[in-house]
Structure formats: structure tokens, C-alpha cells
Design a protein around this ligand. Sequence first.
Ligand code: NDP
Length: 456
Amino acid sequence: MSNLPSEPEFEQALNELSESLKPFLSEHPEYAKAFEIVQIPERIVQFRVVWEDDSGKAQVNRGFRVQYNSALGPYKGGLRLHPSVNLSILKFLGFEQTFKNALTGLSMGGGKGGSDFNPKGKSDNEIRRFCNSFMAELSRHIGKDTDVPAGDIGTGGREVGFLFGAYRRARNEFAGILTGKGASWGGSHIRPEATGYGVIYYVEHMIKNSCPEFSLDKPSTRVAISGAGNVAQFTALKVIELGATVVSLSDSKGALISKSEKGFSKEVVEAIGELKLKGGYLESYQSFAPGGEYEYHADKRPWTLVENVQIALPSATQNEVSKEEAEALVKAGVRIVAEGSNMGCTAEAIDVFEATRKQGKGGVWYAPGKAANCGGVAVSGLEMSQNSQRLTWTPQEVDSKLKGIMTDCFNICLDAGKKFSGEDLSGDVLPSLLSGANVAGFIKVADAMKAQGEWW
Ligand code: NDP
């Protein structure tokens, strides 16, 4: 029995990697030491954040930065502002981020941070004062060549702006210490869109390699998406732009399902974006989508509510697909599941999908978040490159680099899945992208650590 505190989300992420690595480690036992070492973060910083609310009272929250691994470059990973934030969640996210960043091929280590501060219902002034206090401490631990945070749940363009300003004023230094900045002050074009667009670029490769009869330029290809934040919105907009049909979105209070053949329109997704900026919920859908084409289900996720769906893209938060929901998706006809969110599926849901894949033709092909959603951090990496050169690339340049990175990431996962899953791939069985992503990411990080004298 371990004497460490229970960290369920971190243990789940660790078990997933450990399972994937078994066949590789039995062939290469020398890497077992690297696996033992890579589990422990290089450093964790925890601090208090005291901020003033609108009535002049002192409020206090917990702040964290988990600096997981810097063998491949400066720590890189977002800041989550959500009341559920704790060390287990940030350790799981930082651990996943380390291998995800390796899969982008860019020079980035892994980290994650945030606070249990809840931005919901706070005024702009309260959020600004919180960000100033949070950065007063965080600024001691980050730097353009040390650790470069970005956004995540609850941290969007507004928060990145307040945090960046707090750092710049305190240090008298305009430096690329955060990504996701505004395009006119050091941000990269396509960063807001990057995670969602990247998921779709990855899914296009999955379609080509498994079920070319579903094409994203056909309205008959129906896509279920959860979430209504940054990742979900831009995933939906890319699907709509290409010509397929988005059948669902959701938020923390419920799911919105399209009843019409046409699915969600671009205008409705954009209206949801506006609503979310103001802190609203999908339950008020009649204000932006009158006319009876949508159905709202309180306290539900989309997965059991959709029919005749080929692709499912969890894009809200961790563990948002249960075993029963995975079974419902299989029944609804889903063939591709790719995570926009980090660890979007429970271990039991992944087991359901992977069991169908192992049966051969007609199974579900599952891609974990560390592969499918790496486009966001990849464009953050491109933002760092632009900041170093003091240049701004055009949206077309960034989008084309993003496509290239997603293609390379898919090929790396596919090849490693063929080589290292230990499975018999005869009879139309597709390689495991889960195992491919985990093993390929691990080897890259472990080899860099070995070369730098961190294990032997
Ligand atoms: P946002 O804060 O923009 O949106 C999050 C969405 O998920 C909101 O619709 C929110 O609902 C919903 N949500 C949050 N927590 C819960 C919960 N406990 N139960 C149900 N719904 C919930 O975040 P992002 O879109 O940026 O992030 C979504 C996921 O994608 C996260 O897992 C994140 O780690 C991951 N990710 C994000 C990247 C990025 O570039 N932003 C990059 C790679 C991964 P509500 O609106 O009601 O709050």
C-alpha cells in the first residue's frame, strides 16, 4: 500500500500509460527505470492567492504550478481556473501534457497549473484583481525559457491578457511568458481555433485510414460533440465549414441536441460563443435559437441522446464518457472517438471502444487527447517561435503548419501502435492509437532524459 495521498485522476492517467507500456517494457526492460522516474514531477509550486472582491473583502484561493518535465524544452501547459482544481487533477494534466508535447515534435516540456478560483459569476474587476494576485507569485517561477503557461478551462483570452499585463508591469519586460495572447500584442493567429481545428485534422486521417465512406464534406456524416467552450466551439465550426453535421453540444448544466437534419448552424455556434463569454448557459438556448429545432436536456451529456452518429468528440472535461455512455455510442453507430478534452473518457469507456476495435472491421477507433488535441499546444509552440523572432506569421502559414503537425502526430501514433501494442493486427484490426501515442511520447521523453543524465 502506498503512503502517498490518493490522487484518483493522476492514478488513472498513470495506469493508462503503464498498461500501454507493458509490451514495450517487456522487450526493453532498461526503460523501466525511466518510467519510474518520469512519474514524479520535477517540481510543484503551491501558493495562496489573496484577492479583493467587489465589496472590498479579502478572498483566498489555492494556486498551483506543476512543472512536470523539462527534458524536451521549457515547461508548457495551461492554467485551469475551476473550483474542482486540486493537485490530483493538475498532476494528471501535467503528466499527460508531457507526452502530448513530445508528440508535437516541438521543443516543449510539460507542465500544468491553475487555481480553485471560480471565474463564474465574478465581475471583470474581480477577475482582474485575482489575476494580478495570482501572477504576483507565479511570476517568480515562469519565464520565456523556463515555463510558459497558456489557457485551459476558465482561462481564455481575457484572463491571459490580465495575467500577461500583471507580469509585464511587475518585471518591466515584454516577454513571451504566456501563450494565447491577443493577436496584436504577441499572440499567434489560429491559437484560439487550434485545438478544435487540430482535432478535426487528426480525425480526417482516422477517417481515411478506417472508414473512408464517412467524409467530413458529406452532411450524412454526423458528429456528436460535448462542451460549449473554446475546444467544442472551434471543433464544431470546422465540422460545419467542411460540410458534415454537428448534432450536439453541452455544458456543465445540460446537453443541447439538434432535431433537424441540418444540425447546428455556424450562426448558432457563434451565438453560443457570445453567450459563454458572458457566463451564460445552454439552458437559455431559446434566446439564440428560437424555432423548435433544438432540444435541451438538463443534467445530461449528449452520448445517450444521439442516434445515427459516426463520430464522437468529447470536448468538455475529464471522465465525461462513462462505460454505459460508451455502449450507447457504439449502439448509435459511432466508429471514431477522438478526445478534444484531456482524458475525456473513463478507463471503462476506453475498454468498451478498444474491445470493439480488437474485433476487426466495424469497430470503434479511439484516439486519446494527448494525440488528438495536441494542436492547441502545438500552435502555442509556434507562438513561442514567433515571439522569439518578433515576427507574426499569417493565419494561412500557421494553419498549414498545424495541419503538418497533426499529420505527423497521427503517423507517429499509427506506426508506434503497429510496432509496440503487442497485438495481432491481422484480419482488419486497426492499430491502437492509445498505445501508439503513449509509447511514442514516452520513448521521446525518456531518450532525452537519458541523454541528459537523468537515468542510466
Ligand atoms: P472552456 O472553459 O472554454 O470550456 C469548457 C467547457 O466544458 C464548458 O462548456 C464547460 O461548461 C464544460 N465543463 C467544464 N467542466 C465541466 C464539468 N465538470 N462537467 C461538465 N461540463 C464541464 O475550456 P476548453 O474548451 O479550453 O477546454 C475543454 C477541454 O479541452 C479541457 O479538458 C481542456 O483541458 C482541454 N484542452 C484545451 C485546450 C485549449 O487549447 N483550450 C488544449 C487541449 C486540451 P460551462 O460552460 O457550463 O462552464
